[in-house]
Each structure stands twice: as structure tokens, then as C-alpha cells.
Design a protein around this ligand. Sequence first.
Ligand code: IMP
Ligand code: MG
Length: 181
Amino acid sequence: MKTTHPDVAEILIPQEELQARVQSLGAEISAAYAGKQPLLLSVLKGSIIFLADLMRAITVPHAIDFMAVSSYGAATESSGVVRILKDLDESIEGKDVLIVEDIIDSGHTLEYLRGLLLARNPNSLRIVTLLSKPARREVDVPVDWVGFEIPDKFVIGYGLDYDERYRDLPFIGVLKEHVYG
Ligand code: IMP
Ligand code: MG
């Protein structure tokens, strides 16, 4: 098992805590969608591990779909510019859509996505994010479920990357500054 990594300064959320929180989020989300069949909309690529665990903790029938938007590339600061790289396969009209995000930082990505998806007339649109950095918020986005609020540090692991690396780490860790500094 990968318990640490030379580029990780500190483990912020260990694997056991992630797993426990995802289970409780799954229970809350299942209760909120009782009798419904939500569409889990995963924002590629950072949310894939969270999605894979969360969907197995959700007990109501559901479908998944994917969307890709431009992110930071190799930089660690948001430009506020969002571009669609891959759109959904199916229409969301009349559906109960749950956006599954890895992290909300400035909020620009989610604000843009919300507007775009609401214009397609879903029956409902809610948001679950594994992580949130409240100190960094530039736009206010209504988030229904937050896994963990974290300090203003660049984090990796459990799907989150720096320059496409470290997604496989089973914990959320703080990236050492020498890697990007
Ligand atoms: P926002 O538009 O500033 O809210 O940024 C959201 C996106 O930025 C996330 O979906 C991530 O892809 C990326 N991001 C923000 N903070 C981090 C971080 O600490 N580690 C890895 N990716 C991050
Ligand atoms: Mg990313």
C-alpha cells in the first residue's frame, strides 16, 4: 500500500477518513434521492476515484456521465477561464443531476458548469464536492454536500493531480513546494 511519497509534505486526510466520509456522503445522498434515479455527473479527471467510491456507497439506482473542462494545466492557480473539452453523452432534460467534483477552489469551474447545465433544463441540479478550500472562494456557488473543508494548500491524491501526477495516491496530501515552487 502507498502510505507516503517523497513529494508529499504532509498527509491531510488519510485513506480511512476518506473512506468513512464517502460512505456517510453516500448515505445522505441516497436519502435525498429516495425514489429517484439521479444522474451522477463526474467532472473529469480529478473526481473519478471519488465517483467510483461514492457510487458504490449510493443505494438508489443511478446513472453516470462525464464532462471534461479545462483546468490549470501544470500551474497551481486558476485563471477563471473555463473551456469544455468533452460534453455529456446524453441530454439531462428532466433529470435529477448531481455534479460530482473533486475540489472547489475559486468556484469558477462550478459556477460556469452550473449555468451551462441549468440552461439544459434538468429537473434538479445539486452539487457534491469531496474537498473545498473556503479561503480561496472568489464566486459563491451553492454546494449541497462537502466532504472536507481544507486549508489553502495545493493538495494531491485520491484523483487529484499536479501536472497529471499523483492521482493514484490513496490519501489527500499536501504537495511539497519544491515540486512546483
Ligand atoms: P476552481 O475553478 O478554482 O474552483 O478550480 C477547480 C478545479 O481546480 C478542480 O476541479 C481541480 O481540478 C483544480 N484544483 C484546485 N485546487 C486544487 C488542488 O489543491 N489540487 C489539485 N487540483 C486543484
Ligand atoms: Mg485538475
